[in-house]
Write a protein that binds this ligand. Sequence first.
Ligand code: NDP
Ligand SMILES: CC[C@](O)(C(C)=O)C(=O)O
Ligand code: MG
Ligand code: MG
Length: 337
Amino acid sequence: MSVEIFYDDDADLSVIQARKVAVIGYGSQGHAHALSLRDSGVDVRIGLPEGSKSRAKAEEQGLRVLTPADASAEADLIMILAPDTKQRAIYTDDIAPNLSDGDAIFFGHGFNIRYGLIKPPSNVDVAMVAPKGPGHLVRRQFVDGKGVPCLIAVEQDPSGGAQALALSYAKGIGGSRAGVIKTTFTEETETDLFGEQAVLCGGASALVQAGFETLTEAGYAPEIAYFECLHELKLIVDLMYEGGIARMRYSVSDTAEYGDLTRGPRVINAAVKEEMKRILAEVQDGRFAKEWVAEDDAGRPNFTRLEQAGEAHPIEEVGKKLRGLMSWVDRPLTDTA
Ligand SMILES: NC(=O)C1=CN([C@@H]2O[C@H](COP(=O)(O)OP(=O)(O)OC[C@H]3O[C@@H](n4cnc5c(N)ncnc54)[C@H](OP(=O)(O)O)[C@@H]3O)[C@@H](O)[C@H]2O)C=CC1
Ligand SMILES: CC[C@](O)(C(C)=O)C(=O)O
Ligand SMILES: [Mg+2]
Ligand SMILES: [Mg+2]
């Protein structure tokens, strides 16, 4: 199936520059979108509750902060960049009562629309601009003159201009420097959840920890296990990012490449792929979404327990020590905000 990919020349920045944008939330994606839109000449205000920890940061960075309800009332494009599990309540309490004909509601991820948690009225445009990367790097790349690819999707288009608006927004945050792909809320949500669970976050973290544990349990030094299984992973993935798996294999030794070709499939084997298929099925049929919403409603007991266990893993302690000795590695995430 071929996809449509848009670049800077396909997007008209004046479309988003003509709107009053409210960015709800000022976290990983919120700060990146708000600051880069502002730098692209867009009229931006931030929506955060009274007492929000993020208020001071947004104000320090020169942005005007209102409550989510006031920001929504003032704006004609509302981008919801609060945590996915909080969006339902924000929509019901603060956004829905302030929607008018011709407004647009934007999302950075399709979760709430895909699983029917938010149902906007038919008189507003509903679209998505979803960067394919962490928010802090969306901002860092924008500042560095680069961009993180984005997906755009249109769910409702009473104005007839939702796609041009989404494309223009994506240009405002640097997405069209790298490429903007048109998709649907369903495809973005399902691929994004699968990718972060099985490969990017879940798969990669579990692979690194299992490799580290295997070496340290066999008596090797934790420092060596850290360099081998975590630090060097970035250098290997950088080569894949720059030139694909083939370039990585070109750069590593023939010994490494033979081990890769013959042992890699023993680690990520047919059983692992079957588990990936089960994970995808849970995303597609809504079981993951139901579980995650219930977990959040219950105050995140499992989330907190598992997060704390991850933070207590021995790889974190040795990593902290070693990163402290490499001044260029621990680059603060807010340094380009
Ligand atoms: N993280 C990422 O890189 C990516 C995220 N996305 C999507 O972007 C969206 C935002 O995710 P992410 O940036 O991770 O979110 P964060 O967890 O970083 O967002 C936290 C922000 O939301 C604020 N917030 C919390 N509750 C409310 C509320 N009731 N009203 C207004 N603001 C509130 C927080 O304020 P306080 O400081 O007071 O807690 C904080 O400013 C999600 O849909 C996510 O799936 C998409 C691509 C990548
Ligand atoms: C990979 C995780 C992500 O989907 C992202 C940074 O793209 C997220 O939800 O944070
Ligand atoms: Mg993602
Ligand atoms: Mg995601």
